[in-house]
Design a protein around this ligand. Structure first.
Ligand code: GLU
Ligand code: ZN
Length: 268
């Protein structure tokens, strides 16, 4: 089996990552390191370098080469072509403001796209258009390795999925599904905050030709109280800060493992 560790270089490595790493490396299978730098606006090279240095320091060993999504444009274009050949991709020029306005109920957990541009026939090559994939109604079933049986309907949750934004950045949902497929990942281990993404990623992968979905395991997040105990400061859960304060790698890893209990959620 093959799994992956997939941080986005939009910040430093923190305790949430280390908890994920404990689950990922704890699975006892091969691990690829995938740097999820698909969003050019939010990623920074110093975070990328810092994440690698902190992983090294913590002692997590991964298979080479390190894969960066920013270098895989050809792979994503090819995957998008597979979807286009099935007539599933269309251009969308909706702004965030219009989408927020069209929001059906204020309690909706996430913004569901209302299909506004589905049949407008806008050219995919136009300026400032995103690309969306038609999500037909229908449920995806999977058995989470930690949470048990799950049922999700992507068309009801998110509607037609954005795979490329209006600036030309590939979206997380798309590149994660493409890479998990193309890299032969058959075990995906991540925080429960991404649980709602799984049905749509399974759907996308099937549309791309993936016959068997990976196994998914969604684990609890690092709790805020634990983070506070570890760092005595709300924001200061960066590994590099703990390191600068004299923590050893073993202390960090042990602390994260034992901290995984009760308290408030901390953002990943
Ligand atoms: N890059 C994502 C994150 O840092 C993880 C994606 C995934 O594991 O599917 O939250
Ligand atoms: Zn639109």
């Amino acid at each position: 089996m093959l799994t992956r560790f997939a941080p986005a270089p939009t910040g430093w490595l923190h305790l949430g990552h280390v908890l994920n790493a404990e689950y990922v490396w704890g699975a006892g299978v091969g691990v690829l390191l995938r740097i999820e730098d698909h969003d050019r606006e939010r990623c920074r090279p110093e975070y990328d370098a810092g994440i690698l240095a902190d992983l090294d320091w913590l002692g997590y060993r991964y298979q080479l080469p390190v894969v960066r999504q920013s270098e895989r444009d050809a792979v994503y274009l090819d995957a998008a072509a597979t979807l286009r050949a099935q007539g599933l991709v269309y251009a969308c020029d909706c702004t965030r403001a219009r989408l927020a306005e069209a929001r059906q109920t204020s309690e909706a957990i996430e913004l569901r796209y209302d299909g506004h541009c589905r049949d407008r026939g806008l050219p995919l090559t136009g300026a400032a258009v995103g690309w969306r994939v038609r999500m037909d109604a229908g449920v995806e079933h999977f058995v989470d390795g930690l949470l048990g049986p799950q049922t999700q309907d992507p068309s009801a949750q998110c509607g037609d999925l954005l795979i490329r934004d209006r600036l030309g950045n590939w979206t997380y949902q798309f590149v994660a599904a493409v890479d998990d497929f193309r890299q032969g990942i058959d075990l995906v281990i991540r925080g429960v905050d991404l649980l709602a993404s799984t049905g749509r990623q399974i759907r996308l992968a099937r549309l791309l030709g993936r016959a068997v979905a990976p196994e998914f395991r969604h684990h609890p997040l690092v709790m805020k109280s634990a983070g506070q105990k570890l760092s005595k400061s709300d924001r200061d859960t960066g590994i590099r800060d703990l390191r600068a304060r004299g923590w050893t790698p073993e202390q960090v890893r042990t602390a994260v493992r034992s901290a995984e209990s009760t308290g408030d959620r901390e953002n990943r």
